[in-house]
Design a protein around this ligand. Sequence first.
Ligand code: HAM
Length: 426
Amino acid sequence: MPDFQTSPGMRDILAPESARWRALNEVFAEVAGLAGYELIVPPLMEDLGVFTRIGEATDVVTKEMYDFVDKGDRHVALRPEQTASVCRAFVQHRPVTPWKAWYSGPNFRYEKPQRGRYRQFDQVGIEVLGADDPYVDVEVIQLGWEFLSRLGLQQVVLLVNSLGEPDDRARYVDALRLHFDAAGESLSEQSRMTLQKNPLRVLDSKREQDREIVAAAPTIDQFWSDDAAEHFATVQSGLRDLRVPFTLDMKLVRGLDYYRRTAFEFAGGTLDSAQNALGGGGRYDGLVEDLGGPPTPGIGFALGVDRILIACDDEGVFGAPGTAVDAFVVDTTGGREALLITAELRAAGVAADRAFENRSMKAQMKAANRSGAPVAVIVGTDELDAGTVTVRPMRGDGEQVAVARTNLVPELRQRLAAVTTQESPQ
Ligand code: HAM
């Protein structure tokens, strides 16, 4: 065992998984960019107070925060999510509204590590600040759906709900408290504890003992104000217009306290139910104000990259893209020619790798094979004297040919184009 390994719940993402990671981010950047969202890169660490605004009653804040006092006596925390940071950035920079931002990066929560639940995990997400229009909600939800569809996921279920205006929500919380109090000891001990802190979260209980009591609980729609009901009706009709399939889930409350009105979740079809949320989001119209800004509506979502890739594995979609170079240069004259040729190829946009340490021809050919490159470019003393290189196909049954050094780039381009068309016949 080495002296040091990654901390619990933290992982190294190595190739080929890292290539998939990057490809996923590229798909997300494309989907967000097509809709006019601009990248924001907030810091990993903020004043603790930025995150306590997420809600004093959420585990994310009370139990899972990586917080500490820094050398300047500031109480800071590693971000557990990015919505609060985006809102803090909005208050700090006051961009023109509607402000449409997307992000991608790691977050930290001190959770019990298990499949799909880590202490450092990545999210991609978007936030829109300064627009109350229900069609913004539709745009945001549709973009999440579009992204997951582009990855090829087909078993995702979109759950939507409205948590009403703050007053509606408060009355609903009172009604839930009454309902669950009345159940007394029939409710599981854990849920009775949750009830003290946050009656809404009791609805999330998956415990068998709570099942019937939760099923009989009042639903939020009985508490919606006319405005909240109308907003939500428009959101639903917009989703239907865009043919985004969704399921109404009146018990969907989400884990963070800041949600108002629209809330939604993308549930994976293949993960354990405790980890099956691939992502989610909703409106958080009070958060900017809580962070010292003007009253500003906001909505967004975040999707868990780690969980999405597990779901992709389970569904057999979005495999790792190839990372092989285009050409592997084998140099038996000492290594300088490989230095020159790889530099020339790379400058021309041809991905090239080589061996080092003046290994034998056999060892270099083995490395060329392992690299997955479709062609090897070989230089020995004969080639060097003649001003040529040997281009040898590493796959298929093509012949190796001698090519003038000056003609190497066009020759390789032609060969690589032929390889690409063979691999994708359209
Ligand atoms: P969240 O539901 O806390 O929402 O997290 C969103 C997603 O991040 C989860 O559905 C899950 O896929 C992933 N995730 C959360 N915790 C972990 C973990 N420990 N390990 C692996 N993946 C995890 C938010 O973070 C809100 N900021 C979403 C939002 C944006 N609401 C409005 N705008």
